[in-house]
Design a protein around this ligand. Structure first.
Ligand code: SF4
Ligand code: SF4
Length: 215
């Protein structure tokens, strides 16, 4: 009597629901392998799945043909569903998610059976997962992706190192004491300096540059 009423004025005021509220189930079809686990575990038998098998040609010549299930129908009857969440828990491929959306009341009960297109539409209303606890282990998928990226970076680094090592080898392949400049081979700076400081052989009077005598 002394407290204020906590009645929310829905639909004029939208309620503030926790992000993990069990409103409706969204289907991420690409992840579904038609394993039927969700339909088998549902205590209300309100998940309807139809599929057919397709043969996939071998990936490499001489390989074996494989068959895979293709989804034809996926529907959930929300008139029967009791929102227990077992289907979401048991799905091994993360194809089902809770969405907090709840405004899908119908005047015709048959409209409460949501087919795959409608279940996919609910996926856009699924909130982002909460961030992991700081002390939590890294997700296996992230750890594997990080390991692959590190390996690729290491391989790229080794290639660069090898290229760097080859470069000085090319430089020493040039004639010793010469250097490549503007497409022509010239004596290197050191050679020129040595030539300038090297003592020239003294010529005797009557001797030419080749060391021969003059007549
Ligand atoms: S939430 Fe429970 S009752 Fe509803 S479809 Fe999933 S398993 Fe069935
Ligand atoms: S359990 Fe998941 S993968 Fe298997 S049929 Fe159901 S939604 Fe698809």
């Amino acid at each position: 009597m002394t407290r204020r009423s906590v009645t929310e004025h829905y639909p004029d005021v939208q309620p503030e629901l926790p992000p993990r509220s069990r409103g409706v189930i969204g289907l991420f079809e690409e992840n579904c392998t038609v394993c039927m686990l969700c339909a088998r575990e549902c205590p209300d038998w309100c998940i309807y799945i139809d599929s057919h098998k397709e043969t996939v040609p071998p990936a490499a010549p001489g390989g074996r043909e494989r068959s895979r299930n293709v989804l034809d129908r996926f529907a959930i009857d929300f008139a029967l569903c009791m929102y227990c969440g077992i289907c979401i828990e048991v799905c091994p491929f993360d194809a089902l998610f809770w969405s907090p959306e709840f405004e899908y009341a119908e005047t015709d009960i048959r409209e409460l059976t949501h087919e795959r297109d409608k279940l996919r539409e609910w996926m856009w209303t699924v909130p982002e997962p909460a961030p992991l606890d700081e002390a939590a282990e890294e997700a296996k998928e992230l750890a594997a992706a990080r390991k692959a990226a590190d390996k690729a970076a290491q391989a790229a680094g080794t290639d660069m190192l090898a290229a760097h090592r080859e470069q000085p080898a090319q430089e020493t392949a040039e004639a010793p004491g010469t250097t490549e400049r503007n497409g022509t081979t010239e004596p290197s700076e050191t050679t020129r300096r040595n030539e300038a400081t090297e003592p020239k052989p003294k010529r005797r009077p009557g001797q030419d540059a080749q060391g021969g005598g003059t007549e």
